[in-house]
Write a protein that binds this ligand. Structure first.
Ligand code: BMP
Length: 215
């Protein structure tokens, strides 16, 4: 099954089990632009799941490792994850440009500039302007911004180079609304529980996909 290049929906596949992950990925692939793999799935199923998901769906895979280490360690981790077939890696920007560059030298990178949870207001949000400046300087594929705060997405969009994409988690379970955040300037929405924990993941993905197409 192959994915949908027109789609603006990214599935956050935060389950532990390999079989379950592959089943949900195959059921929903038609409506997705990409699949985001985070630590729960890598810890539960091993890094090989990246290759398997790619083979099973043909979709781009985003490895959401939120790398936040010194350049050498970021490089050691990122090289194996890109080798496994990841198309994008998410890295934190607050560790500094050298750490982010170490990832960017190996493949397409997405930088966190603001997060979606309430605690993001404590440390990350006060640093967002600087993180956006970092993204403007390094020109990664994209940045992560909060779907829970569309006004912040609009603000980030107004300061960010237009070629840099905005990917927004926080739709559904965390309270964000797909239409609102896309109207605010997001390029993609990232959705986990509202799809994978629903009774019918395929139908939930289809509904979200339709919603994004109406914007
Ligand atoms: P859910 O739709 O179930 O809330 O999942 C959101 C996904 O996006 C999770 O994988 C989470 O780790 C990730 N995420 C987030 O929720 N907020 C952020 O600011 C950054 C994230 O990567």
């Amino acid at each position: 099954m192959s994915g949908n290049n027109e789609s603006r929906l990214i599935l956050a596949l935060d389950v532990y089990e390999r079989e379950r992950a592959l089943k949900i990925a195959e059921q929903t692939a038609e409506y997705l632009w990409a699949i985001k793999v985070n630590w729960p799935l890598i810890i539960g199923s091993g890094l090989g799941i990246v290759t398997e998901l790619k083979d099973a769906t043909g979709l781009p895979i985003i490895a959401d490792l939120k790398l936040a280490d010194i350049p050498n360690t970021n490089r050691l981790i990122a090289s194996r994850v890109f080798e496994a077939g990841a198309d994008y890696i998410i890295a934190h920007g607050f560790v500094g440009s050298d750490s982010v560059r170490a990832v960017m030298e190996l493949g397409k990178t997405i930088i966190v500039v603001e997060m979606s949870h309430p605690g993001a207001k404590e440390f990350i949000q006060p640093a967002t302007d600087k993180l956006v400046e970092l993204a403007n300087r390094l020109e990664p594929f994209g940045v992560i911004a909060p779907a829970t705060r569309p006004e912040r997405v609009a603000y980030i969009r107004s300061r960010l180079n237009s070629e840099v994409k905005i990917l927004t988690p926080g739709v559904g379970a965390q309270g964000g609304k797909a239409g609102e955040v896309l109207k605010a300037g997001a390029d993609y929405i990232i959705v986990g529980r509202s799809i994978y924990a629903s009774e019918n993941p395929r139908e939930s993905a289809r509904r979200l996909y339709e919603e994004t197409m109406e914007v």
